[in-house]
Ligand binder design. Sequence first.
Ligand code: GRF
Length: 207
Amino acid sequence: MTPRPTGPARLVVLVSGSGTNLQALLDACADPAYGAQVVAVGADRGGIEGLARAERLGIPTFVHRVRDFESRDAWDQALTGSVAAHEPDIVVSAGFMKLVGAGFLERFAGRMVNTHPALSPSFPGMHGPADALAYGVKVTGCTLFVVDDGVDTGPIVAQTVVPVEDDDTVEALHERIKVAERAMLVDSVGRMAREGFVVDGRRVRIG
Ligand code: GRF
């Protein structure tokens, strides 16, 4: 992705829940110097705080529930169409709890990032904080990566380490990871938007 010659980079953000990562991006985008704007927010379910955060700012939203489509492929096509309609430079999956399909990936190849609450390649999947705690690691953290067709396997943009405390619960650990995750997301997406980035094999280079 090369930076836009004029105006901020266009971000479409996908969410499934509370949307605190989205909120961190929205707050950052309020400063024109950040170099990006959230032009739409999409979700795989309605009635979530993530969508409400966008609606309160008058940002367009869309919802596609898998169960409303006859096939996963049809859902993927609808999602692809809605995201494409907003002409994003970068698609940000921020707590979006669905894997996108081949059509979506083809359309947005190398331009979609996802944040994962573990240090890849450890603990991929839906339960990163719980799996890290169960394993007994002393440090875990978060990973921002360019989405590929695997589960949390794509080329890594950034990682932040979070120590595990002796008396941690899954919830407490995940909350501390999310603090690190929001800072990592805001910092990296801003630099990607302002400086552009290239994906070269497993390496992601910003600027
Ligand atoms: C984040 O930890 C994300 O990595 C994980 O779910 C959490 C989403 O949090 N998949 P929020 O919706 O941004 O508050």
